[in-house]
Design a protein. Sequence first.
Length: 323
Amino acid sequence: MPIPTVLEGRLSIPAIAAPMFIVSGPELVLATCKAGVVGTFPVVNARNHELLDQWLGEIGADLEAARAGNPNQPIAPHGVNLVVHRTNVRLEKDLELTVKHKVPVVVTSVGNPGDIAKTIQDYGGVVFHDVTNIRHAQKAAAAGVDGLILVCSGAGGHAGTMNPFALVRQVREFFDGTIILSGCISDGAGIRAAEALGADLAYLGTRFIATEESQAKDGYKAMLVEAQASDIVYTPSISGLPANFIRQSLEEAGLDPANLPPAPKVDMAEELDPDRSKAWKDIWSAGEGVGSIHDLPSTSDLIARLENEYWAAVDKKPWVSAR
């Protein structure tokens, strides 16, 4: 199954660190890429286009220098997330800067990637699109994206409800591009399991929030270490789209998880503003894999651990029939 050329020989493990609103910044991206995992961030985490231009220039130059100084070390390419919903008023300029800096990996979400995929591919970039169900996967495949990120039940942020055993196998029936699996993957065994199921890459979000380089608040990180899968609440009431949130953060915001308000209208102009988005500043997201998080390591230490766990799972003695 296909790994894009831009990733060949540049990964220590087959994984991508997901772009997380407010959480992912240049420090986390650089630490992730230098340890051999694709590092990404939402473009809107840069609060204006001048800052985004600066971040993209600095990340690209830093990684180029790292590769020149460490030619035998796998240093992964970086990526950005573009929200392609019609209400995202930043999209045109965000795309312009993405093209200017020739960002190698672009994650598109919340809408149809349409002509954006062709624009990215024209300079040699690859486009991976977030999907939560078969219909959206078929539409994105028809749009010509290079890969599909299958956001399955239990994933952090805007998640779907399908089981990965169903979604991966059904998507593979009609899509021969790169499949990236998202949902409850917090260790190297989970990365290996994604491969065994038929995905090409694993997509980890929540686990990377709980790292030293993450921009998440200290209270958010501490809550991740304490939370269990049973603490995750799936609701559209916070952002207008179904998403997973930590119960304790809902309660601290004065909400009753058992009696949440009706879902608001989806408005990306407000949701994607780090200064105004109460949904993500005061109410914190996590996936059901949170129960596997027990510490706050550096990103390099975390990826070294993931790599050891991954190879231990690869080398595990297979089951042998007694027949």
